[in-house]
Design a protein around this ligand. Structure first.
Ligand code: ADP
Ligand code: ASP
Ligand code: MG
Length: 458
């Protein structure tokens, strides 16, 4: 059971989690918790300030968040566990202050030290959660996630190593046997040498999936602030509805193309072990949420959801040398490889190739190398829109419906993913909200709503 930042944002949220866990004790839950809402952002901001040399200001950035932890403890814990937690917070504060000083003196040391600092978010929330569970009469037991999730040393987006399965089992299985409820921070891990790492923003979902897979869990539950995966981002489309059932592949595409509700890497460990993933609302636990299953079990429905990702840059390379020549694409992709830049969407014509990238930071180095291959045109501020559903494979006429509803909006780089579960294209960022809302209307009129799980099972 993974609880995200807004599911642990204040005392009421912690109370809600305790009551959700209480109902699940017989299923032998393992808890993964994120940092309290907003704390990871503050911790990262504090590092930026420290890099500039202002350690006092860096510490001040965090005062309000430490106070939030203490006020939750004040409200929910009795004197002894409260005193213990107050001292944990005190230690974190002084350790972070020391780290800020080291960063200020040697800014180049910041990547590993940044992870060391940011990891306090999840360490504090998981220790606080453990104490609150125990206070509610549950056998919570804090486990340092860094002893379970073993990673490489790419600080900020570390990749888990295979031994994570064994280390996780060794740490957690004995606790489950002793009827305890292990509580871990998400998002954090450590290298072979024990140096703290983090898995990338939103990575607590991934931690939950890795732990669920290592323990052969019956289900991986992602508890968040919305009732499951919705037909679109509810911040953009207020009418978005819960999708009852999704296939792993649909969920993976949705996450990859921007649905923040799931970290893009969450699905793979579940697929490897064929473990269902459930996404539920910690504020409305009785609302069904979304169940993510293998394709054969998922509901066949044409279009399931519309995902989008803004802040995209497109790069177009045009060269007559491409005509009938081989080796051109290899040379082109080598440039992206060399500059460690991931490409999302690719389309080609006789003499040009267009690619989309979401990290424009490497452009100044990329462009001169690309210019060796042809004329380069860059367009910034684009949004990728992706229409997702297993039924896209077999249903004629979808593209016509989709594009006719946005026929006054400029669309580029249309592609039907090789997986055939997504139809993807780019629009100008300023037209995205309008386009997504129109598409939502045409794809999800009442007769198209996903059937409830009972109907599928019937
Ligand atoms: P948590 O802190 O629980 O991990 P996140 O903020 O990372 O929560 O993810 C939940 C948010 O994802 C929702 O509040 C919603 O704004 C956003 N979101 C984007 N696309 C979707 C979607 N298709 N379905 C549900 N939520 C979505
Ligand atoms: N706290 C981390 C973040 O904000 C990880 C997570 O919440 O999943 O990115
Ligand atoms: Mg998240």
């Amino acid at each position: 059971m993974k609880f995200g930042g807004t599911s642990v944002e204040d005392a009421d949220a912690f109370r809600r989690v305790a009551s959700i866990v209480k109902l699940a004790v017989n299923a032998q839950p393992v808890l993964v918790v994120s940092a309290i809402a907003g704390f990871t952002n503050s911790l990262l901001a504090s590092v930026e300030t420290a890099v500039k040399g202002d350690t006092r200001a860096a510490a001040r950035t965090l005062d309000a968040d430490f106070e939030r932890h203490l006020s939750i403890a004040n409200e929910l814990l009795e004197p002894d566990p409260r005193a213990a937690f107050v001292s944990v917070v005190g230690d974190a504060r002084s350790k972070i202050r020391q780290l800020h000083k080291i960063i200020a003196a040697h800014p180049v040391t910041s990547p590993p030290l940044q992870d060391e600092i940011v990891a306090y978010g999840e360490q504090l929330s998981s220790q606080l959660m453990t104490a609150i569970l125990r206070q509610s009469g549950l056998a919570g037991r804090y486990v340092d996630a860094r002893n379970c999730i073993k990673t490489d040393d790419v600080y900020g987006s570390a990749v888990p190593r295979p031994e994570t399965t064994t280390t996780t089992r060794t740490e957690i299985a004995p606790l489950l046997l002793a009827a305890q409820i292990p509580v871990l921070g998400g998002f954090i891990g450590s290298t072979e040498r024990g140096v703290t790492t983090t898995l990338g923003r939103g990575g607590s979902d991934y931690t939950a999936a890795l732990i669920g897979a290592a323990l052969d869990a019956r289900e991986i539950e992602i508890w968040t602030d919305v009732s499951g995966v919705l037909t679109a981002d509810p911040r953009i489309v207020p009418e978005a509805q819960t999708i009852r059932v999704l296939s792993y592949q649909e969920a993976a595409e949705l996450a990859y193309f921007g649905a923040k509700v799931l970290h893009p890497k969450t699905i793979q460990p579940a697929v490897d072990k064929n473990i269902p993933v459930r996404v539920c609302n910690s504020r409305a636990p009785k609302e069904g949420g979304t169940l993510i299953l293998s394709k054969s079990e998922a509901a066949p429905q044409t279009v399931k959801a519309i995902a989008h990702k803004s802040g995209i840059t497109t790069v177009q390379i045009t060269s007559a040398r491409m005509l009938g020549a081989y080796g051109f694409l290899r040379a082109l992709f080598e440039v992206f490889d060399r500059h460690q830049t991931a490409v999302d969407v690719v389309t080609t014509s006789e003499v040009s190739v267009s690619l989309s990238i979401d990290d424009a930071g490497t452009l100044p180095q990329l462009i001169p190398d690309l210019e060796q291959l042809g004329t380069v045109e860059i367009e910034k501020n684009r949004t990728i829109i992706s229409i997702i559903g297993e039924g896209l494979r077999s249903t004629p006429g979808i593209a016509a419906r989709v594009f006719s509803v946005i026929d006054d909006i400029n669309v580029s780089m249309i592609s039907v993913g090789a997986s055939s579960v997504n139809l993807t294209f780019l629009v100008e960022e300023s037209r995205a909200v309008d386009a997504i809302n129109r598409l939502h209307r045409v794809c999800f009129e009442p007769s198209q709503v996903a059937p409830a799980p009972e109907e599928i099972n019937a």
